[in-house]
Design a binder for this molecule. Structure first.
Ligand code: MLT
Ligand code: MN
Ligand code: ZN
Length: 304
């Protein structure tokens, strides 16, 4: 199985257009050892020909140009993306669908019922796409059942509900529904190799830890280093409150990941521009390295 990190940043990317936090300023001034990051998305293939896109980021146009594997020259209008899985209805994971509107066929979109509701009400992009390429919605189960995607005979997918957060425009924002956010295990049938992907993860419930223990590689929420990190940019929002478990502190992601086998590849993704781990020379980044935790970057390729 081949995994391409198209975008490793959280909403806003790195640097964020209006942000003068320590990281964004130093990146623009060339004063930090760090690389820019586009917004959150990955692509997966079992045969290097057909790809499943996980999340459609607002940066998708640049991401597709940067990753020629995802393009196809078979036809005057063509792509190697056969299906799109959405793990929530947040802007950074869905707005890119609008930039796929030139598709010659309807987009095959796999998402849960609450996400489908958000994308046809609070943020009605699926309705809008009906005026362009159209969409075919395939429901995703949220109770740990397996689902398949046609064209991907060698991959199977297992999804479960996560405690994170529906977006501000969701009718469920203050009334959480199972499936507002999901984690997905992607298994290659012929090799048995497993990737666990959960870029928005607010709490480690028993089924989440179990999935992490069963995976060969995990790509999980790396949004914030600390609970009050957004205070640096004048926001009172706490990490857990907005659905992201921070890395540091008691019960934080570093502690969680330390329970996994040494051979499991542990990679953080969806990293917010305020996070000190983006600075490759920071003590926080050093702490991760010592704990055997990697930080995803745009263009990272993982082979399982
Ligand atoms: C989040 O996951 O909380 C988002 O990145 C927020 C956003 O896109 O504004
Ligand atoms: Mn996000
Ligand atoms: Zn910033």
């Amino acid at each position: 199985m081949q995994i391409l990190v198209l975008g490793s940043g959280a909403g806003g990317g790195f640097p964020q257009w209006n942000c003068n936090c320590d990281n964004c300023l130093r990146l623009r001034h060339g004063e930090i050892r760090a690389t820019p990051r586009t917004q959150s998305s990955i692509a997966i293939s079992a045969d290097s020909t057909d790809w499943v896109l996980f999340n459609a980021s607002p940066d998708i146009r640049l991401q597709l140009e940067a990753n020629p594997q995802l393009r196809s020259e078979h036809g005057v209008r063509a792509s190697s993306i056969r299906a799109i899985v959405l793990i929530d209805a947040q802007i950074d994971h869905t707005a890119g669908l609008l930039f796929l509107r030139e598709c010659a066929q309807p987009l095959h979109i796999y998402c849960t019922e609450p996400v489908y509701q958000d994308l046809t009400s609070g943020f009605p992009i699926l309705n809008m796409l009906e005026h362009y390429c159209g969409v075919v919605h395939h429901p995703i189960p949220v109770d740990g059942q397996t689902f398949t995607i046609s064209d991907f005979k060698d991959l199977r997918f297992i999804s479960h509900a996560l405690k994170s957060k529906a977006p501000p425009y969701s009718p469920h924002r203050y009334d959480p529904h199972p499936g507002d956010n999901i984690g997905v295990m992607i298994e290659q049938v012929s090799t048995g190799k497993r990737l666990y992907y959960a870029p928005g993860l607010g709490e480690i419930e028993p089924h989440v830890l179990q999935a992490m223990l069963e995976a060969d590689c995990i790509l999980v929420d790396g949004t914030f280093w600390s609970e009050d990190e957004m205070a640096k940019v004048g926001s009172p929002k706490k990490a857990r409150e907005i659905g992201h478990l921070p890395q540091s502190g008691p019960g934080g992601m570093i502690e969680v990941l330390s329970q996994l086998p040494k051979q499991t590849r542990k990679i953080l993704i969806h990293i917010n521009n305020t996070n000190p781990i983006l600075d490759e020379d920071s003590p926080q980044r050093q702490t991760l390295t010592e704990a055997g935790i990697e930080v995803a970057y745009d263009g990272m390729e993982i082979i399982l």
